[in-house]
Design a protein around this ligand. Structure first.
Ligand code: NAD
Length: 255
């Protein structure tokens, strides 16, 4: 029988319409959580909510652009209206950067990437933490990346955002450690999702090129990231805070 570690918990997931966010929302739902799914892509998000509801829990899809402060505030207010509380958040929405040396990154491209991949987590936490404190605490996981712990040629904006997420996570963890809120990050390696398809070009050569960076010789699955997020969010992870958990098949270990 499936464990139900999250029965009675209200969970908020961004980027829930695809990839890692969808897999994690479904994993929470399958363990009894009520889930709010937030994504800018209403079609993918509605489909994720339909799949989550098949697991029996309540699932609410909210269209939310994480670069918009008012969208985030409204989505979190609606979570509390729908479920009466907020216990767990997975701030995961993100976009990739087209490969380019720093000088060729346009200023508005930089701003958009930082807004979606970094500022969004600040805004999410700014509105999630007060809601969690209403019930004595909670758990937050932010999606960083292997790009949060190493430099990558041609990826200055993405790498800056993902490094920034780890700093943000550590500082938020310290700010609220004595108030029952744990804040951690996951740093996925090369994970088989639509984002990775776009990044690799989806061709056999492109896939072989990215798999070549993985000592384990394959891409990770979104479910393998979801299981780490659930561990960090569960009572099993109760002493973990401020941690950036690298789950990358060894990609960054030997560098
Ligand atoms: P994905 O493209 O499959 O899913 C990302 C989701 O975020 C999509 O549903 C998209 O609509 C949503 N999104 C994009 N912009 C948004 C916005 N402004 N507001 C709300 N939602 C928005 O990608 P994924 O691979 O599942 O990536 C999820 C996270 O994991 C991202 O933060 C990404 O940087 C990170 N990550 C992915 C990998 C990988 O190999 N796939 C590796 C490391 C980190």
């Amino acid at each position: 029988m499936t464990e139900r570690r999250f029965a009675g918990k209200a969970v908020f997931v961004t980027g829930a319409g695809s990839g890692i966010g969808r897999a994690t929302a479904l994993a929470f739902a399958s363990e009894g959580a009520d889930v709010v799914l937030a994504d800018i892509d209403a079609v993918g998000n509605d489909e994720s909510a339909r799949l989550a509801a098949e697991h029996g829990g309540r699932a609410v899809a909210i269209r939310c652009d994480v670069s918009s402060s008012s969208d985030i505030r409204n989505a979190i207010e609606r979570t509390v209206e729908e479920f009466g509380r907020l216990d767990i958040a997975f701030n995961n929405a993100g976009i990739e950067q087209p490969a380019a040396p720093l000088v060729d990154i346009e200023e508005d491209e930089w701003t958009r990437l930082i807004d979606i991949d970094l500022r969004s987590a600040f805004l999410c936490m700014k509105y999630q933490i007060p809601a969690m404190l209403e019930n004595g605490g909670g758990s937050i996981v932010n999606t960083s990346s292997g790009a949060g712990v190493i430099g990558i040629r041609g990826q200055a904006a993405y790498v800056a955002a993902k490094h920034g997420l780890i700093g943000l996570t550590k500082s938020a963890a310290l700010d609220y450690a004595d108030q029952g809120i744990r804040v951690n990050a996951v740093c996925p390696g090369i994970i088989e999702t639509p984002m990775m398809d776009r990044f690799s070009g989806g061709t056999p050569e492109g896939r072989a090129r990215v798999i070549g960076q993985e000592p384990v010789g394959r891409m990770g699955t979104a479910a393998e990231i979801a299981s780490a997020v659930l561990w960090l969010s569960s009572d099993l992870g109760s002493f973990a805070t401020g941690h950036a958990m690298v789950i990358d098949g060894g990609q960054t270990v030997g560098l």
